[in-house]
Design a protein around this ligand. Structure first.
Ligand code: NAD
Length: 481
């Protein structure tokens, strides 16, 4: 297990007003290792008094942090980035233990977070307002101010990256944050916050709570202290939270589900496309909101694409993410293999063909085999619901128009991909696909400097890039006579 080290899974707690809050007589949630199903620890769940304490700290933290200088914010973010880089192996090992992804993937996730914190350390020093032209004796200025305390809800699939996104931009903007990361992956989130606190973030500025999700969100979004909701997760939960936020007209950033279409035209080098896309498909066992999911393949290359995909899928080495030989770990929780069985079973009942996988692996943990389906009818559940798992759906299409219509058929629009050597087709695809992010002959669709977000049911607002910082700011125009 070279690189992964021997770090033990830590004790679990919440961080409220700088204090580590242990379970005591609180309710708890059992965190499990998805590779074995074994318990890793008991996580304390917040009650109303804990959440009120977090709100009180966040209100005080906002008053402190909105008055900090950009240099102070930058120093904290840079310091946390440096600490996370130093602690990368430990953080990655803990993320693998609680989420299941390979240690190599988890380490990349840590380093992406390091890059994001460094990006925001620089970006927050370039926040300029403007002065309007007015007659002598008058002055009008337009300036940016931090929106206020943020309630941020992060899911389990990127246990380091999601909390990093939820904390980085608000802290750069001068906001305070109450973070509720997923109960399944708490230690990673605590590791990110600890790096910020160790780098000098005032204890009032960021809190980490855990709880029964609906209780926590109703409590926090019901409070006038919170001025912004930031959520990453499923569209159905996102819609519910937006309704709660609308009661108090809180601002929202919503990073929701996707159903990534991949257009494969007949002019491509099929083997090259497969080498890239098969690896992308099974990254984090497909539990990625920008995962390539619906492969829309032009009919002349369809048969070669299906056989090449299945051949590669069968060779993916599945195992414990801490084993350096492993290319795909288990699914993150017991709900996901159940969902795979339901969706793949329904697709086959409706005539879809199975070319690889389609079954659980072993009798411990939450392993599911890399799966390939073809010729799945459009009314199958898996063609309409985000599978969020290690399954590729391959369907043949004749014309460019049909392919684009299929890509845009669903109400989702997060990530889309297209493969073609034809420059005209590249432009048509870039223009016509309804999606927040489009990769053409590439799966690299993000970066600290690039806005990450979707359209339609995939949400609104962005994270990362200057746009992620702007989403934590409000405008104020002051006119002096
Ligand atoms: P889910 O839809 O219940 O939960 C999704 C996330 O939202 C979890 O992190 C959960 O803790 C959180 N959540 C749920 N209810 C909440 C509430 N009332 N208030 C605040 N947070 C709440 O179910 P799940 O089984 O965890 O995931 C199922 C689906 O969610 C997946 O199939 C996928 O479509 C989607 N998902 C998307 C992302 C993403 O990156 N966009 C990440 C994880 C899950």
């Amino acid at each position: 297990m070279a690189g992964a080290g021997t770090t033990q899974y830590p004790n679990l707690y919440m961080i409220i007003d700088g204090e580590r809050v242990a379970a005591g007589d609180r309710r708890t949630f059992t965190v499990r290792n998805p590779a074995t199903g074994d318990s890793l620890g008991e996580l304390p769940l917040a009650g109303p008094e804990d959440l009120d304490r977090a709100l009180d700290a966040a209100a005080r933290g906002f008053r402190i942090w909105r008055d900090s200088t950009p240099q102070q914010r930058a120093a904290v973010l840079q310091g946390a980035a440096r600490l996370m880089a130093e602690r990368a192996d430990d953080l990655a090992r803990i993320a693998t233990m609680e989420e299941g992804k390979t240690f190599a993937e988890a380490r990349v996730e840590v380093m992406m977070n390091v890059g994001l914190f460094n990006f925001y350390a620089a970006e927050c020093q370039r926040l300029y307002g403007r002065q309007l032209v007015r007659p002598a004796g008058q002055r009008s200025t337009v300036s940016y101010e931090p929106v206020g305390p943020v309630a941020a809800f992060a899911p389990w699939n990127f246990p380091i990256g999601n909390p990093g996104r939820k904390l980085g931009a608000p802290i750069a903007a001068g906001c305070s944050v109450i973070l509720k990361s997923a109960e399944e992956t708490p230690a990673s989130a605590l590791g990110v916050l600890q790096a910020l606190l160790d780098a000098g973030l005032p204890k009032e500025v960021a809190q980490a709570v855990f709880g029964v999700p609906d209780e926590v969100s109703r409590h926090l979004l019901g409070s006038p202290v919170i001025r912004k909701l930031s959520f990453t997760g499923s569209t159905v939960v996102g819609k519910h939270l937006m309704k709660l936020a609308s009661e108090d007209m809180k601002r929202t950033t919503m990073e929701l589900g996707g159903h990534g279409p991949v257009l494969v035209f007949d002019d491509v080098d099929v083997d090259r496309v497969l080498d890239v896309m098969v690896a992308a498909k099974y990254r984090n066992a497909g539990q990625v909101c920008v995962s390539p999911t619906r492969f829309i393949v032009q009919e002349d290359v369809f048969d070669a694409f299906v056989s090449g995909f299945a051949e590669r899928a069968k060779k993916v080495k599945v195992g414990d993410g801490l084993d350096p030989e492993t290319k795909m770990g288990p699914m993150a929780n017991s709900r996901r293999p159940d969902a795979m069985e339901r969706l793949i079973g329904d697709a086959r009942t409706r005539g879809g063909k199975l070319h690889a996988g389609g079954e659980r692996i072993g009798n411990q943990g939450y392993f599911y085999a890399p799966s390939v389906l073809s010729e799945v009818p459009a009314d199958a559940e898996i063609m309409n619901e985000e599978p969020f798992g290690p399954v590729a759906i391959l369907n043949p299409f004749r014309s460019e128009e049909e392919m684009i219509a299929e890509a845009n058929r669903l109400p989702y629009g997060l990530a889309a991909y297209a493969w073609t050597k034809d420059s005209r087709r590249q432009k048509v695809v870039a223009r016509e696909i309804e999606s927040g992010m489009v990769g053409i002959n590439s799966v690299m669709i993000g970066g600290a400097d690039s806005p990450f977000g979707g359209v339609k049911w995939s949400g609104h607002g962005h994270e990362d890039g200057p746009e992620g910082l702007m989403a934590c700011l409000v405008l104020k125009a002051v006119h002096e006579g």
